[in-house]
Design a protein around this ligand. Structure first.
Ligand code: SF4
Ligand code: SF4
Length: 401
């Protein structure tokens, strides 16, 4: 079956899956209420979003320079920084650092998905655990994430109970969600403690200090990036902004539109753990990781930044707001897209030279523009999909050349 036929079948299956429609219709109502409340409580966020769009847009024009500044800052903090031009390069750097037969705990990362990092590390004989609960469920069910913030939105509690019962050998009732969460906590706690390496992405990076901002609610990212002796972060260059203050602004807008007045945790990491408490001798690897590695991934982002319409895809904060407004997503969830969802997925498929998938996604989009209305960055998926259709119709094999 061709990729387009597979895609069409996935879309149709999802559209006929009542669990998806039901789960999303509930999520849409609660998302809209929560964001409206969060914006009422913190009305400055709307103006701040305009400022963040400017900050991010200028940063895209200066990505190369910001990556160099961030690398210098991280090295001066005694971390190691790398710029990977391709996904393959990034995978090689991580593979060389990790080696074989290691236990790895991972926080949710779109960039890691982009380069299929988990699959590569597993193929080398490593054991990789997704630690975000939704990602963990999806990983263990061999399913795919259906939502940027709620990857397991399509999995009912009965299936989660069955999965956890199988994994632990203890029968879990399908009604007791609290017990399911506690079971997953117990199961993963052991992995956090024994892990050789923790892998994360970052929501935004302040170039001037080399500081990664990691926003979350579960606490798994905090554990994955502090308990193992090595922390490796793989971050798209589009996540760079010049200053710490810029990064705080980006973070606040991202979490507010992700429907939180404030998230439970925002971790700022700029280097390896250290102490000078014994005779003022700086020693690395106190309670946190001894090694801190950051790989900035280009993977054609610097080329994409030059495209006047498609570059918008890199302004995305990953808040997920657009997904709750998109009429196609409401019926098909994460099948509308590729590794990234809705119209943005079409752009990311195109830059990875998967023109067939990109065209299929671009033609799935209704170009209704509802996503733009909700998007704090005013990303116009409709215009990106129309542009992609045009490039495909012109017979372009590679949209950026
Ligand atoms: S323009 Fe496309 S991606 Fe945006 S809401 Fe409409 S169908 Fe969804
Ligand atoms: S496109 Fe906009 S609304 Fe959608 S996830 Fe990105 S920033 Fe949020």
């Amino acid at each position: 079956m061709s990729d387009t036929k597979d895609y069409k079948k996935e879309l149709m299956d999802a559209a006929h899956n009542e669990r998806i429609s039901l789960a999303l219709s509930r999520a849409i109502t609660s998302y809209r209420n929560n964001v409206d409340n969060a914006l009422k409580k913190f009305p400055h966020t709307i103006k701040l979003a305009e400022e963040v769009r400017e900050i991010k847009s200028r940063a895209l024009d200066d990505m190369e320079n910001l990556a160099k500044i961030a690398c210098e800052a991280i090295e001066s903090n005694k971390g190691k920084a790398y710029i990977a031009r391709t996904g393959e390069e990034a995978v090689k750097i991580v593979s060389d650092l990790v080696g074989k037969n290691k236990l790895i705990v991972k926080g949710k990362s779109m960039t890691a998905h982009e380069i299929e990092l988990q699959e590569h590390l597993e193929a080398m004989g490593n054991e990789v655990y997704e630690t975000d609960l939704g990602e963990f469920i999806v990983q263990k069910l061999h399913s795919k994430p259906m939502h940027v913030l709620s990857p397991a939105i399509h999995v009912p509690k009965e299936d989660v109970a069955k999965l956890l019962s199988e994994l632990t050998g203890k029968e879990l009732p399908p009604t007791d969600i609290e017990k399911m969460v506690a079971t997953a906590r117990e199961l993963l706690r052991d992995k956090f403690i024994k892990a050789d390496v923790g892998i994360s992405g970052a929501n935004v990076v302040a170039a001037e200090t080399g500081t990664l901002f990691l926003i979350e609610n579960e606490g798994n990212i905090r554990l994955a990036t502090t308990l193992p002796p090595i922390h490796i972060a793989v971050v798209g260059m589009d996540k760079l902004v010049p200053t710490l203050m810029d990064a705080f602004k980006v973070s606040e807008v991202a979490w507010r539109y992700a429907n939180y007045t404030v998230p439970s945790y925002v971790s700022l990491t700029s280097g390896p753990s250290k102490t000078g408490d014994i005779e003022k001798t700086i020693t690395y690897g106190a309670h946190g990781p001894k090694e801190f590695h950051v790989i900035f991934l280009d993977n054609r982002r610097t080329e994409l930044a030059k495209h006047p319409i498609l570059r918008q895809a890199m302004l995305c904060l990953g808040c997920g707001g657009c997904l709750y407004e998109c009429p196609v997503f409401a019926k098909t969830a994460g099948t509308f897209g590729n590794k990234r969802f809705t119209g943005n997925g079409a752009v990311w498929s195109a830059i990875s030279r998967d023109i067939e998938r990109s065209a299929a996604i671009a033609y799935t989009c209704l170009t209704c523009g509802r996503c733009k209305v909700r998007c704090p960055m005013q990303i116009d998926s409709a215009s990106m999909c129309i542009e992609l259709r045009k490039l495909v119709a012109e017979g372009k094999e590679d949209i950026l050349t």
